[in-house]
Design a protein around this ligand. Structure first.
Ligand SMILES: *[C@@H]1O[C@H](CO)[C@@H](O)[C@H](O)[C@H]1NC(C)=O
Ligand SMILES: *[C@@H]1O[C@H](CO)[C@@H](O)[C@H](O)[C@H]1NC(C)=O
Ligand SMILES: *[C@@H]1O[C@H](CO)[C@@H](O)[C@H](O)[C@H]1NC(C)=O
Ligand SMILES: *[C@@H]1O[C@H](CO)[C@@H](O)[C@H](O)[C@H]1NC(C)=O
Ligand SMILES: *[C@@H]1O[C@H](CO)[C@@H](O)[C@H](O)[C@H]1NC(C)=O
Ligand SMILES: *[C@@H]1O[C@H](CO)[C@@H](O)[C@H](O)[C@H]1NC(C)=O
Ligand SMILES: *[C@@H]1O[C@H](CO)[C@@H](O)[C@H](O)[C@H]1NC(C)=O
Length: 918
């Protein structure tokens, strides 16, 4: 025999092995038969499983395929299923199988796993390892699965073609393993809880069908990788949190469906996307896309929505200044902040970070301390009136573009505290350039880690160790010294100028009560670094006294010092909320009066002329109504503006309606809800009544409805409407955040009337009834848009009861009341504006419903001597005329006894006198 086994022995061993394995199949199949009910035809243990329904065996009587789809099977699969080592196909989809999924590891012949539409409860770790022949994995619609990560062990399955795992409770990131799948065509992972960004290995993959839509928390990061997915036909990325711009998709010539809606995409829609040859269907709504409205060919079904930030409602180029600023934003990767703040086609219309002169030319761009990364766009050079450019304290890289030296009006450019490099362009001597805090400025930093080519033998060479620098240490030191000297000289000169101006300025202040002094003392810079050095930005404005008209006797200007003091220097603990346009702080005056201070970011209203701003403040501070949050005063501090409002102790309606548990509030009763609705209707009706249509609410939604301790509502954040060229009033509207509340006609015509508010009010009524948000991304598509869904329910009233907020649990009488409000909500959200009632009608409908519970004394609405038939300019004139004689505010406040109408806190006047006359 020797050391080699004989052929006979080998054969014997082999047959023993085979029979043992076959025996294993019997055991597993018996266990299988015993575990599922109802037992499929012929499945009884002990009989030859190769004859069982849906089972196929190979020539060795080993199970090769089990196929029992849609057999209403329940029960659990045997955990040792993977001892069926010859299995190639397992099709058990659309049953009611539950329990843990068996492990399939090491089933090296398994090609197809269909387990979708079942009730499995968990997936064991490593369940899909070693599946070297796998082509199809289908696990979609297993909603009972405990959260599990995407099976990264699939990287072994280099033959995989299709992965379906939508609605399967997968959480965590998508692993970067797609380079292993040259044949993958279908990846469907919709409706899971995937987070993180798209994996880089999507680049170059052959995926055709990419469904990653509707993740619970949302996928994040850019979608740039799509540009390298040349095979894609369907891209469904909607309802996530993707950011950044839509990439160039010119390589994706087969792409027919591009669903990008409901993300946070910014930037200009690239021409390569608009002209995609196979495109049939594209949705872009509910992003913050910018630039020209994209004009797709007629053959494409397009949905753009109303909440993007396109410069116009019609296609065509943007205003040149707008186009330039968009290019500037592009170099910064189109940050969300800019996409939200820069809407419309006029860069001088309240664009944050931008200041204009009276001729509508941008004179200042202030990006200081915004956390921006990216580069400085050479396009700044197109802003030919630019005087000041603040880019300091960001994370900017690259060079200072040479083109900036051509700006004829430039006085100051501050790029301090970034990561800029390269040679400094030579500016005119009158330009103040601040570059401190850029460790590589003046150095050539190669794009990638190229080694310095020379000078390796210099004795001090190694200690220099400047990686990638082609400039010798001596040159660098020289440059640094030169820059330092330059900076010192600039500082000295500006300090001199500053002292001069300061003396001049203070000399002008005669009447400390005039209010002008407040604004001027604030000019002492504290914004742009370099303590003690004035900001040109701030001092420039005050050099022309006409630019800061004084509110004579208006007494609504409040100093920044007072606001600092009462908000504990804008401390974190005092933050009441954050909006798109700034942070709201709580403050307490020394007499105990509480206030809310809205600090608009970096001059959120920046470009609005002071005259206009103050005129608006002058009017708004006089609009007092029991159901409107009162504006008590304002403060201008350099580029920054602060608005002071009455404080509302119970937060906003959204917190009580949607997040009450989280905030520890009791749920609102129906009675409270109707009362709130009536309060809101009355507040908005009053706004509409003022000078006809000159007031319209800008942004009517639950977070702008504030509550008092007794759950009465006041409407916040309304604005003044400007006189449009056609003599009609239009609203200065900022539509950020109004998802779901915006009437359809806005999309078509951009027209804003009081009926826009009526529509939004109708949506709020629906929210009060259902307890659901206007836009609820956690709901399936057909239910996510409240108005659409609710209006469908209204067609068949039988469904209404099911749609009511479960915490309400109405009795018959309450249900009756809910039906009335539901009907009103339906009318308010009519598609055609003229079919919607006015707010007065809403008041009439809601009034009796409230009084059913609580007979209330007749509230005569407070018009405060504002003649409803006066035009807005007339009213303004009259108010201004009255300013000197009887200050209307005190008349109004003190003639009222109702505590719910706030008087201007007396604390202001005192603080103002004592604090600011220095
Ligand atoms: C799968 O195979 C590998 C190597 O062949 C082995 O180490 C591992 O234990 C096997 N796993 C199972 C669950 O059988
Ligand atoms: C099984 O899942 C289906 C669909 O996911 C679901 O409708 C059904 O209620 C579940 N059955 C059980 C018993 O959990
Ligand atoms: C989604 O997953 C994250 C963790 O990745 C978790 O914090 C969050 O609660 C999950 N959300 C839901 C709705 O399951
Ligand atoms: C995709 O891969 C190509 C080739 O490797 C590369 O040039 C390109 O930059 C990559 N695209 C992205 C978005 O990563
Ligand atoms: C476009 O996509 C939407 C949403 O997936 C779908 O409802 C619609 O039918 C599609 N239209 C076309 C022309 O494919
Ligand atoms: C900036 O000016 C240059 C030269 O006049 C012009 O070619 C370019 O289109 C302008 N860019 C923008 C964004 O207006
Ligand atoms: C710059 O980026 C780094 C990390 O990328 C970050 O930690 C830092 O806060 C950023 N600095 C500024 C000023 O935004």
């Amino acid at each position: 025999m020797g050391s080699n086994p004989s052929p006979t022995l080998l054969l014997l061993l082999l047959s023993l092995l085979l029979s043992a394995a076959a025996g294993d199949d019997q055991a597993v199949m018996d266990a299988f038969a015993g575990a599922v009910t109802p037992a499929p035809t012929g499945w009884s243990s002990g009989t030859n499983f190769c004859h069982w329904l849906g089972v196929k065996c190979d020539t060795n009587n080993r199970v090769s395929s089990i196929s029992l789809p849609s057999k209403s099977l329940s029960g659990k699969l045997p955990p040792d299923l993977n001892s069926l080592s010859q299995l190639t196909t397992l099709s058990l989809q659309n049953n009611r199988l539950s329990g843990a999924l068996p492990s399939f590891s090491n089933l090296s012949l398994l090609q197809s796993i269909y387990l979708d539409s079942n009730n499995f409860t968990s997936v064991p770790p490593g369940a899909f390892s070693g599946l070297t022949s796998l082509q199809t994995l289908s696990l979609s619609d297993n909603l009972d699965l405990a959260p599990w990560p995407f099976p990264s062990e699939l990287k072994d399955s280099s033959s995989i073609v299709q992965i379906y795992a939508s609605n399967a409770n997968i959480f965590g990131s998508i692993p970067d393993i797609f380079g292993n799948f040259p044949g993958l065509t279908t990846l469907r992972l919709s409706y899971n809880n995937l987070t993180g960004s798209l994996p880089a290995s999507f680049n170059g993959s052959g995926i055709q069908n990419l469904w990653l839509n509707n993740q619970k928390s949302g996928l994040t990061g850019p979608i740039d990788v799509l540009s390298g997915m040349a095979q894609v036909t369907q891209v469904w990325l909607q309802t996530n949190k993707f950011t950044g711009a839509i990439p160039d998709l010119s390589a994706c010539t087969l792409l027919s469906e591009l669903q990008l809606r409901d993300n946070q995409l910014t930037g200009i829609v690239p021409p390569s996307v608009i002209s995609l040859p196979s495109l049939k269907n594209v949705t872009l709504q509910n992003n913050k896309l910018q630039g020209p409205l994209p004009k797709f060919p007629d053959s494409v079904q397009v949905s753009l929505g109303t909440t993007n930030s396109f410069c116009k409602n019609t296609s065509g180029d943007c205003d040149p200044q707008v186009a330039t600023l968009l290019e500037v934003a592009g170099a910064l990767g189109y940050p969300m902040k800019l996409a939200e703040a820069w809407t419309g086609n006029n860069a001088c219309n309240q664009w944050t970070f931008v200041t204009c002169d009276s001729g509508g030319k941008v004179i200042t761009v202030n990006f200081a301390k915004q956390g921006f990364s990216g580069t400085i766009s050479p396009a700044f050079a197109n802003l030919t009136s630019l005087k000041e450019l603040y880019l300091n304290d960001n994370n900017l890289t690259g060079v200072i573009p040479e083109s900036l030296t051509t700006l004829p009006q430039l006085k100051k450019i501050d790029v301090s505290n970034n990561d800029l490099s390269g040679k400094l362009p030579v500016f005119r001597s009158s330009v103040s350039l601040i570059t401190a805090g850029n460790k590589n400025i003046g150095k050539e930093v190669p794009a990638s880690g190229g080694a310095p080519g020379s000078g390796s033998n210099s004795p001090s060479g190694s200690s220099g160790g400047s990686k990638g620098s082609s400039v010798s240490p001596g040159t660098v030191a020289g440059l640094v010294i030169a820059v330092l000297v330059f900076v010192v000289v600039v500082l000295y000169v500006s300090y001199k100028c500053y002292m001069k101006r300061r003396l001049r300025k203070f000399g002008k202040v005669e009447n400390p009560e005039s209010g002008s002094e407040i604004m001027k003392t604030n000019v002492i810079g504290d914004l742009n670094g370099y303590a003690g050095v004035p900001s040109e930005l701030q001092s420039q404005s005050s050099s022309d006294p006409n630019e800061f008209p004084v509110l004579e006797g208006g007494n609504v200007a409040i100093s920044i010092q007072v606001l600092r003091q009462v908000t504990n220097n804008f401390s974190e603990e005092n933050i009441l909320g954050r909006g798109g346009f700034g942070v709201v702080y709580k403050g307490e005056l020394h007499d105990g009066t509480k206030i809310a201070v809205k600090r608009m970011e970096g001059g959120a209203m920046g470009t609005k002329g002071m005259n206009e701003f103050q005129a608006e403040i002058a009017v708004l501070t006089k609009v007092r109504h029991r159901h409107l949050v009162a504006l008590l005063g304002f403060c201008v501090n350099g580029n920054e503006r602060l608005l002071v409002y009455e404080y509302m102790p119970q937060g906003h309606l959204g917190q009580h309606l949607f997040d009450w548990q989280e905030h520890g509030y009791p749920p609102l009763t129906w009675k409270q809800r109707v009362t709130i609705a009536l309060d809101v209707a009355r507040g908005v009706e009053y706004l509409h009544s003022l000078a006809q249509t000159s007031f319209i609410h800008r942004d009517l939604k639950p977070s702008n409805i504030l509550l008092s301790d007794d759950k009465r509502a006041k409407v916040a954040d309304f604005g003044l409407v400007k006189n449009a060229p056609d003599g009609k009033y239009s609203v200065e509207t900022r539509l950020a955040g109004t998802f779901g509340y915006l009437a359809p006609e806005y999309a078509v015509t951009g027209r804003v009337t009081t009926k826009i508010d009526v529509y939004a009010f109708g949506v709020i009524l629906m929210e009060l009834i259902t307890g659901r948000k206007a836009l609820d991304e956690t709901m399936p598509d057909e239910r996510s848009h409240l108005v659409t869904w609710f209006r469908r329910i209204l067609i068949n009233k039988d469904n209404l009861r099911k749609s009511i907020d479960p915490v309400l649990d109405p009795n018959d009488e309450t249900y009756e009341s809910i039906c009335r409000v539901a009907e009103l909500a339906g009318h308010c959200t009519a598609r055609e504006p003229h079919q919607r009632p006015d707010m007065g009608h809403a008041v009439n409908v809601l009034g009796p419903l409230v009084e059913q519970w609580k007979p209330s004394c007749h509230e005569d609405e407070d018009t405060y001597g504002i003649d409803l038939h006066m035009s807005l300019p007339q009213a303004l004139q009259r108010w201004q005329a009255n300013e000197g004689t009887s200050t209307m505010i005190s008349d109004l406040s003190f003639s009222r006894t109702q505590a719910s109408i706030p008087a201007k806190p007396s604390g202001f006047a005192d603080s103002f006198d004592s604090m600011d006359c220095r």
